[in-house]
Design a protein around this ligand. Sequence first.
Ligand SMILES: [Zn+2]
Length: 72
Amino acid sequence: MGDDYESALEEKPLEFLASVANTGGSCDGQAIIPDGDRYRCWCSCGQWNVEASSQVEGLRLARLHTSTAGMP
Ligand SMILES: [Zn+2]
């Protein structure tokens, strides 16, 4: 736990950034990135960018975003 756990979390968003860098415009993926004592959350569509108090909360908000943004 501790440092190892946090560094693992920070690596994944970087991979995520690389994987969606050329697929902008749709909700292909969401990132929950630790930022101080909060989590910065954003979506590959570029239209969703919020802060969450925990990673679980961020994931919940991300699901909420994709479920509403995916509606025609
Ligand atoms: Zn989106």
